[in-house]
Ligand binder design. Structure first.
Ligand SMILES: [Mn+2]
Length: 315
């Protein structure tokens, strides 16, 4: 399968890469690895703004942000990365490509591609992309390509902290260092380069932190008013949810962000026992065992109560 995908990508005249809304380091890293490997023939499209912390990756400033699918050019291959469902790509029109390739590691993947490479046991999509690129041509894996892949693996394992971190993660990381990655540079770019406005927002959000159910559940939220007060943007809330899980005794952390239009976006994190992807799927969302999310058309308080009740049933 990887040989087949490598061949298709290598011989294609044009490739367009896509990933989900609210892109994270794995989504951006996977796509930019492909861009930096196959160069000019690749165009990377994002349905939303790229979080500022990933702008250090080579090619990040060339990502096309689109609001309407009319802005997306026809391509021989649509390569969809780190995306469980093509419904998560707004207005996705597969008829603008000859072939859709779906490369992902979400257990909930819907196999929407013409070719589907889905490996739920992998910590990141980036490392699957790494496999494909190595098959295509190891000599073209530059330090920049390796850095994109490393960033995906590094962020999806929460800096090699989450339960998806295993021997294989470190082996891949070690291999990527051989290809020229500087781990301390990536760590500093990702976790020590936040805009100040993010910290102002975090201070406001942390004041909403609460424990429920004998301290097994923690919740925290961000309102539109807090965005206005801090000058921060929705993409600045990436990783806020991890503060809920960071508390001793907490099994499940809930983070709720008020959406501009209406409704809320919920992020769920668990330490080990609780499958939050299952809980998120009750509300039309999805994700991984320890990290998942969903959107709800209700207020923050309503979402908080709904989620606390749903999570309690799994404790
Ligand atoms: Mn991922």
């Amino acid at each position: 399968m990887k040989e087949k995908i490598a061949k298709i990508l290598d011989s294609a005249e044009s490739i367009a890469c896509f990933f989900h809304k609210n892109p994270d380091g794995d989504a951006v890293g996977s796509a930019l690895a492909v861009k930096n490997f196959f160069k000019e023939k690749v165009e990377v499209y994002s349905p939303g703004i790229i979080p500022e912390v990933y702008m250090f990756l080579k090619g990040a400033d060339g990502i096309r942000i689109y609001s309407d699918f009319d802005e997306v050019k026809r391509a021989e291959v649509f390569l969809v990365l780190d995306c469980a469902d093509d419904k998560r790509i707004p207005h996705f029109d597969r008829n603008k490509a000859n072939i859709v390739i779906n490369v992902d590691h979400h257990e909930t993947n819907t196999f929407f591609g013409d070719i589907n490479l889905v490996e739920p046991d992998r910590a990141s999509t980036s490392e699957i992309v790494f496999d494909i690129l190595k098959v295509a041509d190891v000599s073209r894996i530059s330090p920049e390509v390796a850095e994109c892949i490393y960033t995906g693996l590094y962020t999806d394992t929460g800096g090699f902290k989450f339960s998806n971190t295993n021997k294989r993660s470190f082996e891949i990381a070690s291999e990527l260092v051989d290809y020229g990655v500087n781990p301390s540079r990536v760590a500093s770019c990702v976790y020590e380069s936040y805009p100040f406005r993010r910290m102002r927002l975090l201070a406001l959000s942390l004041s909403t932190l609460e424990l429920h159910k004998d301290g097994k559940i923690a919740s925290m939220y961000v309102t539109w008013d807090m965005f206005k007060k801090s000058g921060a943007y929705p993409e600045d809330t990436e990783d806020f949810v991890n503060y809920t899980r960071a508390i001793k005794g907490v099994e499940v952390g809930i983070f709720i962000r008020e959406l501009f239009s209406s409704g809320v976006k919920v992020s769920l994190r668990s330490k080990s026992k609780v499958n939050v992807a299952k809980i998120a799927s009750l509300f039309g969302g999805g994700g991984h065992f320890n990290a998942a999310g969903c959107e709800l058309n209700c207020t923050i308080q309503e979402a908080k109560n709904l989620l606390i009740n749903a999570v309690s049933a799994f404790l």
